[in-house]
Write a protein that binds this ligand. Structure first.
Ligand code: APR
Ligand code: ZN
Ligand code: ZN
Length: 371
């Protein structure tokens, strides 16, 4: 049976999201129809929505951070039950069969090729609006009351999990926390610098602290973020606009040659060279966390590589999603970390444009959207 429900649709880049009635068809083989109970907007959604080249994927249901309940499943689905299982949406799938899934060193499953085209299956999705099929952002499209996604893009989680909290593990938290723990492999007693204190940057701080970092320097051009950064574990906060000298020089002086680990979490290409230059030249590791947005180039002076610095990227915290995100949910339930400080606002799906504005204004870390 087709479900009619509300979804937030982007008809063209730069336009506000339109709350539309959409038709969600039943899941086909290896697909799952999920009732989304809690979802958020992340910096990546906003960047895509404002990028002109993104028009090729419009109309599209945005959102990729979400949690919900299985409504129905298609044939050959075995990892979630017909109805009632709580699930987290995986914005990187884990098929379990491709070369990447069989290799312990990476999490970027080959099936992400479908996600890059923002489709559910090879050439279409199960959702229509006004007679047109809708793309689904990163093959998920969580800003909808119901969605149909592939079984490899959904994972069953603890039945007691509070969805209005754990949805943020689906992108923001997993991306930041995993960047520290898995990608950088932060070591006890080390010095870390985090550039950008949104949900992802704060989650990096939580990860650095959990890994035993001795000093965690938080950098942002918005000082309003400092209190929150300190509350999750930053030992020192700094605004680069406060000095005549560059932030790299400031950090190299302060940290006796530079940091052991630096994280670029502003989502901007300009800060990559800054973060790399703030690493210790002999052994510093710089991680580009999350997406810088496609269609842009990074400029780095080659002088920075007359050194042993390491520059690496990290997508969704290097987690093998289907296997490991449910474990993160269980770790949250076991109080190994706290998500409360990341979720600053609560609105309904119909108020999604307000949530976008709150994010753009810098007042909001994460706004949870409930039905
Ligand atoms: N130096 C330091 N901080 C900066 C700078 C800069 N030049 N420019 C922006 N920032 C800060 C912003 O003030 C903000 O606090 O970076 C933070 C970015 O946070 P959000 O926009 O809330 O983004 P978030 O959801 O945390 O994601 C971070 O990672 O995955 C990517 O695409 C995602 O761009 C996003 C980024
Ligand atoms: Zn795979
Ligand atoms: Zn995201």
């Amino acid at each position: 049976m087709v479900i009619r429900c509300k979804a937030a649709v982007l008809w063209k880049p730069g336009a506000p999201l339109a709350i539309e009635e959409v038709e969600v068809a039943p899941p086909k083989a290896k697909e799952v129809r999920v009732k989304i109970v809690a979802t958020g907007i992340c910096g990546t959604d906003i960047k895509s929505m404002d990028t002109k080249e993104f028009s090729q994927f419009c109309p599209i249901i945005m959102g990729h951070e979400g949690a919900g309940i299985v409504e129905s499943v298609g044939e050959e689905v075995s990892t979630v039950r017909t109805a009632g299982d709580k699930v987290i949406i995986l914005c990187i799938p884990q098929c379990g069969e491709c070369d990447t899934c069989l290799n312990s060193k990476s999490n970027i499953c080959a099936e992400i090729k479908v996600s890059e085209r923002h489709l559910t299956s090879e050439d279409t999705s199960r959702i229509t609006c006004k007679g047109k099929f809708l793309h689904q952002y990163i093959a998920t499209g969580t800003l909808s009351e119901y969605t149909v996604i592939r079984e490899i893009s959904v994972a069953k989680i603890d039945e007691g999990a509070p969805l209005e909290k754990v949805f943020v593990i689906g992108c923001g938290f997993a991306t930041g926390y995993g960047a520290a723990i898995n990608s950088a492999k932060v070591t006890p007693g080390s010095t870390c610098v985090v550039f950008g204190l949104g949900c992802v940057g704060l989650s990096v701080i939580i990860g650095c602290k959990a890994a035993g970092a001795a000093r965690i320097i938080a950098v942002d051009i918005n000082k309003d973020k400092f209190a929150k950064a300190s509350s999750v574990g930053a030992t020192f906060c700094v605004d680069p606009q406060d000095f005549d000298k560059s932030i790299e020089e400031f950090l190299i002086d302060m940290l006796n040659g530079g940091a052991d680990f630096c994280f670029e979490v502003t989502g901007k290409t300009e800060t990559v060279a800054t973060a790399l230059g703030s690493c210790h030249k002999d052994h510093g590791v710089c991680v580009i966390v999350g997406s810088l947005g496609s269609w842009s180039n990074i400029t780095i002076n080659s002088q920075l590589f007359i050194s042993a610095r390491i520059l690496k990227a990290s997508v969704l915290g290097d987690w093998k999603t289907k296997e490991e995100l449910p474990k993160l949910v269980s770790d949250y339930m076991a109080k190994k970390f706290n998500l409360d400080r990341l979720i600053t606002h609560t609105l309904t799906l119909s108020e999604v444009n307000e949530a976008v504005q709150l994010m753009k204004s810098g007042q909001c870390i994460r706004c949870v959207l409930l039905p």
